[in-house]
Design a protein around this ligand. Structure first.
Ligand code: ADP
Ligand code: ZN
Length: 437
């Protein structure tokens, strides 16, 4: 059986009852801070919450209106700042994957709470001060760099703050320093594998044991592929700048969903169309409230990320509930000739086909009045040396498996390794040329 130590055993194994009490007390305090901002003063008063005393029972959270990404954009840059600017020690923004980046301010105590959650997450994966940690997420405004960095230092790991890109050097450093743990996007991880041979390196030359994969949606099959290619354990790591960054939810050694650190985050799942709460195991939009951040309080923030809350306790004994893998964003959905398709469904199918390599793209074109979905897939080079019939058969197999899963007939293009665009941070795999006509 795999086990891991605890970073903060008391808090990680707190009883559900005590946890709920703590959440309520912290929610009240957060509402008190939120009311200091011009945005929430208006928004909460309109909802009948003129002071924190309006929050008496846990269920009162339902009285609080949702906050959206657009609200944050309208507050740019400091409409949500709840402390004097002189108490702010750092500013982060989101990556801007879906539009203007959003801004989050942090006090020293805010950073301290965030760092502690990252430390907790790292220890839950069985890593510790004996590990050499190479952070391959970009540093700067993006939270994946500094977020993991400080958590790893707090745990006492040896940190290599390499940031994203420069693959050759990344591989060299992994070897020279004996890196054991990586933090990286899944798309970049697969790319790194394709570059290993070029760098004259084999897996056995490296000491890798674990990778924390996050910042973009990916399928269970991609995780498996990474684990098999690198002979490591890959852990899912979820976070978003609006809720600090990484360390919101993280897999433990059980790898059966990500524990949400509920002493700091209230997690809800809602129907994105109606805003109604959904029961456990039912997929919907994740909504988070940060319970400890003072500089930028955010209440019931609609993430647009789709997942569910898992039922039941985890074998690791942590009492904080787990969420599933993120299957996509509400605004990720593609409508192809009237049929809804998520890019993650496509990835799930192609990544389980053994001949498929480490990269793919999804293109949408207009053909007359119809939409055309083209899935471009890199396959391993030995296939290209094989006979043409074999390539045709593979193409047909991918097409057929996709059709069975997404109901539409895509076109499939097979490409040589290294020929599709490479992403060193968050991948942008969908190119939609339909509007351009
Ligand atoms: P942006 O929303 O501009 O990409 P962030 O840099 O804050 O801003 O990234 C957070 C987003 O990244 C999340 O809302 C989610 O969509 C995605 N994300 C982060 N971690 C994961 C993960 N493990 N699985 C799927 N998606 C993730
Ligand atoms: Zn667990």
């Amino acid at each position: 059986m795999k086990t891991s130590a605890f970073w903060d055993k008391k808090m990680e194994t707190i009883s559900r009852e005590s946890l709920k009490k703590l959440q309520l007390a912290r929610l009240k305090e957060t509402v008190r801070f939120a009311l200091k901002t011009p945005f929430y003063r208006t928004r909460l008063k309109k909802a009948g919450i003129a002071s924190a005393d309006a929050i008496k029972r846990w269920e009162d959270i339902k009285k609080i209106p949702f906050t959206t990404k657009d609200d944050l954009r309208e507050c740019y840059p400091d409409g949500l700042l709840a402390v004097p600017l002189q108490d702010v020690v750092r500013v982060h923004t989101s990556s801007g994957t879906t539009g203007t980046p959003t801004v989050i301010y942090h006090t020293k105590a805010d950073l301290d709470s965030w760092t502690d959650l990252v430390a907790r997450s790292i220890v839950a994966t069985g890593a510790g001060k004996q590990d050499i940690f190479q952070n391959m997420m970009s540093y700067g405004m993006f939270t994946g760099g500094l977020g993991l960095h400080y958590g790893a230092e707090r745990v006492g790991m040896t940190v290599i703050p390499m940031g994203g890109g420069n693959t050759k050097r990344q591989i060299q450093l992994m070897k020279d320093f004996g890196t054991t743990v990586l933090h990286i996007t899944p798309s970049y991880m697969l790319h790194v594998h394709s570059k290993l041979a070029e760098a004259g390196m084999e897996i056995k030359d490296l000491k890798l044991r674990k990778a924390y994969l996050g910042a973009e949606p990916y399928s269970e099959n991609t995780r498996r592929k990474v684990e098999q290619l690198f002979h490591i354990d890959a852990y899912n790591s979820y976070g978003l700048s609006e809720m600090n960054g990484p360390g919101v939810a993280f897999e433990c050694v059980e790898k059966k969903g990500m524990h949400v650190w509920e002493d700091v985050y209230i997690v809800e799942v809602i129907d994105p169309r109606t805003g109604e709460s959904l029961p456990d195991e039912k997929e919907g939009e994740l909504v988070f409230t940060n319970l400890t951040r003072r500089a930028t309080p955010l209440l019931r923030y609609r993430t647009r990320d789709i997942a569910c809350i898992h039922k039941g306790p985890c074998a690791c004994k942590r009492t904080h509930r787990r969420i599933s893998r993120i299957t996509g964003r509400t605004d990720d959905m593609l409508i192809v000739n009237g049929v809804n398709v998520y890019p993650s469904q496509i990835e799930e199918v192609i990544m389980r086909i053994p001949q498929v390599g480490t990269n793919y793209m999804i293109r949408l074109e207009k053909e007359g009045t119809l939409d055309k979905l083209i899935v471009q897939v890199e396959i391993y080079s030995k296939m290209f040396r094989g006979d043409l019939n074999e390539i045709d058969r593979l193409k047909e197999k991918i097409r057929e498996e996709l059709r069975a899963s997404i109901i539409i007939h895509p076109s499939v293009e097979l490409h040589e390794p290294g020929s599709l665009p490479v992403f060193e941070g968050k991948a942008k795999r969908v190119v939609d040329n339909r509007q351009k006509l």
